[in-house]
Design a protein around this ligand. Structure first.
Ligand SMILES: [Zn+2]
Length: 444
C-alpha cells in the first residue's frame, strides 16, 4: 500500500499483517467498558455478550460489510497532509447560473470558505449541483481536500461524470460498495455516505447531497461517520429538497445557517397538489373498478396524449391497477416498474424515449428521475409508505421542463391525512417564499 492510501483514512489492519510503515499512526478499533464495547469506526455500542469472540476479544457487527472491526485489529492512519498540486482555476464549467442561483451559490461559497456547517434547501429541479461548483472550485484552489457524498449509489454515479466534466484537470475518486477498483488518494472524492466510515479527519469541506434520503437521515452510524470524516475545523454543507423532522427542528431553532432556493431553475414555483377523496379504492379495485375521479383524470391524460406517472403504495398494487387501466384504455402504452424489477432500467429508458406513455410505479421513482413535461397521480397517497418528504419529492417530478413548467399532481386518498397535509403545506410555504424572492429580485 502506498503511504498516501493512509492519508485521512482509517485503514483496518490485523495483527498478522505487516507492521505499520514509518509515519503511520496506529489507532485503537474499540473501546471496552465493564459490560459494553464501542466501535470507534461506527460508534455502535454493543453488549459484550453480543460482540464476543473467543479469548475475550470483541468485534462490531454493525459495520461488518466494510471489513470486520475487532479488538484483534488496529487502524492505520496518517494525518491528512493536503498533498495536492495547486490549481488556481480548477473549474472548467462555463454554464450560466440564473441570478437567483448565483446569489445562493455565492452564499454557499462563502460558507465553505469559512468552513461553516450549513444547509442548502433547494426545491426539486432547482439545479443544486451547479450551485456548488463555485464553492468546490474555490476550495480546490485553496488546496483543500473535498468530498461530495450521497446516501444513494445512483446519485453518486450520476454526479461523478458531471463533476469530471466540470473539473477536467482535477483527478476525482469515485467510491462505493459495488465497485472493485482500488482506492486512490485524490483531492476530490465522490462517494456514498457509507464510505465516509473509512475516513478520519480527511476533508476540509464535505458536501452531503440528499441528506433526507434513506438510510442516511435516521442512521446514527452514518451521521457519526460524517462528523469523523470532516477535519476538526472543516466545513459541512448539507443539501436537500425535503428536510426531515430533525433538520426542520434545527432550522426552527436557528442552529444552522440555511440558504433557500424556493424557485426552480426556470423561475417557476412548484406545482401544487390536488387532493381528491376517492373512498376505499382497493375495495373498488377488487370489484374490477377504478374510482370515478381516477377515471376522469386518466381519460383526460389519454385523450390529450399526456405522458404520466402513476404511483401506488405497494408492488402488489401494480398489476391490479394496470389491468383495470388496460381494460379501459387498450391502446395506452403502459408499463409497471418496481425496485427489484429486473427490467427496471429498460422500462425507465422506454419512458424516457417516448415509447411508453405511462409508468405505474412504487416509490422508487420518487427522486432522481426526470421525464420532461409529465403529469402524475398518486393512488393511495395517504398510505403510510409515503412520508411527507417522499410526497414532496414525488410532486417534484412535475413541471421540470422550461417548455412546460407546470403540470397536474393528483393525490387520490381514502381519508385526510397528516402526511399529505404536511406535504401540501411545505409546497405552499416554499412557493410563498419564492414569490417574495421574485418580488425582491425585480426591485433590485
Ligand atoms: Zn462498527
Amino acid at each position: 500500500m502506498a503511504l498516501s492510501d493512509y492519508y485521512g483514512r482509517r485503514v483496518l489492519a490485523t495483527q498478522t499483517t505487516v507492521p505499520a510503515e514509518p509515519g503511520v499512526t496506529v489507532m485503537p478499533t474499540m473501546e471496552i467498558a465493564a459490560t459494553t464495547v464501542r466501535c470507534l469506526r461506527c460508534n455502535t455500542v454493543s453488549n459484550k455478550s453480543e460482540a464476543a469472540l473467543p479469548h475475550q476479544q470483541y468485534y462490531c457487527r454493525h459495520c461488518l460489510q466494510l471489513g470486520r472491526v475487532s479488538t484483534l485489529a488496529q487502524f492505520y492512519h496518517v494525518a491528512e497532509p493536503n498533498q495536492f498540486p495547486v490549481q488556481r482555476q480548477p473549474l472548467s464549467w462555463h454554464g450560466q447560473l440564473s441570478p437567483l442561483q448565483a446569489r445562493v451559490s455565492a452564499v454557499v461559497c462563502q460558507g465553505m470558505a469559512n468552513h461553516q456547517r450549513q444547509l442548502l434547501w433547494a426545491v426539486t429541479g432547482a439545479g443544486k449541483t451547479e450551485m456548488i461548483f463555485a464553492g468546490l472550485s474555490a476550495a480546490i484552489g485553496r488546496g483543500e481536500r473535498v468530498a461530495v457524498a450521497s446516501p444513494r449509489v445512483d446519485v453518486c454515479l450520476e454526479l461523478f461524470p458531471r463533476l469530471q466534466k466540470a473539473f477536467t484537470g482535477v483527478p476525482i475518486a469515485l467510491l462505493h460498495g459495488r465497485q472493485e477498483e482500488k482506492y486512490h488518494y485524490r483531492q476530490l472524492t465522490v462517494c456514498t455516505t457509507h464510505q465516509l466510515l473509512r475516513f478520519y479527519h480527511a476533508f476540509d469541506n464535505l458536501v452531503v447531497d440528499e441528506v433526507d434520503a434513506f438510510p442516511y437521515a435516521s442512521n446514527q452510524a452514518l451521521l457519526f461517520a460524517t462528523g469523523q470524516a470532516v477535519k476538526k475545523d472543516g466545513g459541512l454543507l448539507m443539501m436537500t429538497a425535503t428536510p426531515g423532522p430533525v433538520l426542520l427542528r434545527e432550522i426552527r431553532r436557528q442552529q444552522m445557517a440555511v440558504s433557500y432556493l424556493p424557485l426552480r431553475y426556470h423561475g417557476h414555483p412548484l406545482p401544487s397538489i390536488k387532493e381528491i377523496l376517492v373512498g376505499n379504492w382497493r375495495k373498488q379495485l377488487h370489484r374490477g373498478r377504478l374510482p370515478v375521479a381516477v377515471h376522469r383524470q386518466l381519460k383526460q391524460w389519454v385523450a390529450t396524449r399526456r405522458r404520466f406517472l402513476l404511483f401506488v403504495p405497494h408492488v402488489a398494487d401494480l398489476e391490479p391497477v394496470a389491468n383495470e387501466i388496460r381494460k379501459a384504455y387498450p391502446n395506452l402504452q403502459l408499463k409497471t416498474v418496481y425496485a427489484a424489477d429486473p427490467q427496471r432500467l429498460t422500462k425507465v429508458a422506454a419512458m424516457r424515449q417516448h415509447q411508453v406513455q405511462a409508468l405505474i410505479t412504487t416509490t422508487i421513482l420518487e427522486r432522481g428521475v426526470t421525464f420532461p413535461g409529465i403529469d402524475l397521480g398518486v393512488l393511495g397517497a395517504d398510505d403510510p409508505v409515503f412520508s411527507s418528504s417522499a410526497l414532496v419529492q414525488i410532486a417534484g417530478r412535475v413541471g421540470r421542463a422550461k417548455e412546460r413548467p407546470t403540470g397536474n399532481v393528483c393525490f387520490w386518498v381514502s381519508s385526510c391525512c397528516r402526511r399529505v397535509n404536511n406535504a401540501r403545506r411545505q409546497i405552499t410555504a416554499l412557493n410563498q417564499r419564492g414569490r417574495r424572492l421574485k418580488n425582491e429580485l425585480s426591485i433590485m
